[in-house]
Ligand binder design. Structure first.
Ligand code: SF4
Length: 345
């Protein structure tokens, strides 16, 4: 979506979000021996109509962030606001009207669909749960429209999930998420279980639906190449923190953080002549445990550009004049401390 089509007020605002889990020991698990800081001070916002992507390796905290936004987890600290309403401490009852406006599409379309329900019933179930199915004519019309929206044929309505391909099942999951006409859809790795050719079809479907329905997406992915075409802005997470955040083109064309550079360098280029000559920037070693993250910059044990100070002092997330945020000692005070946890519009 073009930036000038995006409304200025944030639909979702996440400020200094922290989600910490106690690690316990003992027979009754009463003795806390450590704390896992799965998300540790994450801030971002989404304007209505845009796609904001969170990317990073497994264990970086992106899915925990998504579950917190859905309020399936209660944050340890920080603030989450949806359409101006602070929902950080909302009870399930208080979340009920908000739930209609925030829906989720899951990674594995097969395990997220009830195998004993017909496709039409799966898609229509949210309407039943929210008391919008008493008028049978309205209900059937809604389900038929939803199937049409995601490219499912009317004669598929009475089939079961096991009769569908992975891509078709994800279309069912998307139709179900759209049933309550949400404003925000949290997409947690929605294409990573699909073949590459099917991934492109589902990404195109997401983009078409956004144009048609004015949807806002929080898109979670471990594969940075997947989010390139559909994102307006991208944040890269590493061990519970955002290390880089920028408009899509700035991030893909001029990545600044060594971790982002390495992620992009690992994406193959279609042209074999270019692929065989382009420099590769490898990430060394495994992702450290989030239970015991490295001192200073959490990326320093794997960073090919690490300096002495990197193991001692954690860099701040700082913006350059274009609003491109980076958390790395290679940048910072020389560019002026426009420090903010938010990307300007
Ligand atoms: Fe690498 Fe140091 Fe930058 Fe961390 S702060 S990404 S270790 S150069």
């Amino acid at each position: 979506m073009a930036m000038n089509e995006i409304e200025s007020d944030p639909l979702l605002q996440v400020e200094d979000l922290k989600v910490h889990f106690p690690v316990t020991e003992g027979v009754l698990g009463r003795k806390q021996v450590a704390t896992v800081k799965a998300v540790d001070g994450v801030s971002f916002s989404l304007r209505s109509g845009e796609t904001f992507s969170l990317v990073g390796e497994s264990g970086c905290g992106k899915s925990t962030t998504a579950l917190s936004v859905m309020r399936m987890l209660t944050p340890t600290a920080g603030r989450i606001a949806f359409a101006g309403e602070d929902i950080t401490r909302h009870t399930p009852a208080m979340m009920r009207p908000i739930r209609r406006q925030i829906q989720m599409v899951y990674q594995d379309p097969f395990s997220s669909l009830n195998p004993r329900m017909k496709i039409a019933d799966i898609i229509g179930e949210p309407l039943v749960v929210h008391g919008m199915a008493s008028d049978k004519t309205f209900y059937r019309k809604q389900v038929a429209e939803l199937m049409d929206l995601v490219g499912l044929l009317p004669n598929m309505a009475d089939r079961y999930p096991h009769e569908f391909s992975g891509g078709q099942r994800q279309r069912v999951g998307i139709a179900r998420a759209l049933a309550l006409r949400p404003r925000l859809i949290v997409c947690d790795e929605p294409v990573s279980a699909l073949d590459v050719s099917i991934q492109a079809q589902i990404i195109n479907l997401f983009m078409d639906l956004q144009q048609e329905l004015g949807l806002t997406y929080l898109f979670i992915a471990h594969d940075i190449s997947v989010v390139r075409h559909m994102s307006d802005r991208v944040a890269v997470m590493y061990l519970g923190k955002i290390v880089e955040m920028a408009d899509r083109d700035a991030l893909f064309d001029s990545p600044r953080h060594p971790y982002t550079q390495a992620l992009l360098s690992a994406v193959p280029v279609a042209d074999p002549a270019i692929e065989s000559h382009r420099p590769q920037q490898l990430i060394v070693g495994e992702v450290p445990s989030v239970r015991n993250p490295p001192s200073g910059c959490r990326f320093h044990p794997r960073c090919v550009q690490a300096m002495e100070q990197c193991s001692q002092t954690a860099p701040e997330l700082e913006a350059n004049q274009q609003g491109h945020l980076t958390s790395c000692h290679l940048y910072g005070s020389a560019e002026g401390r426009l420090a903010s946890a938010e990307v300007p519009g």
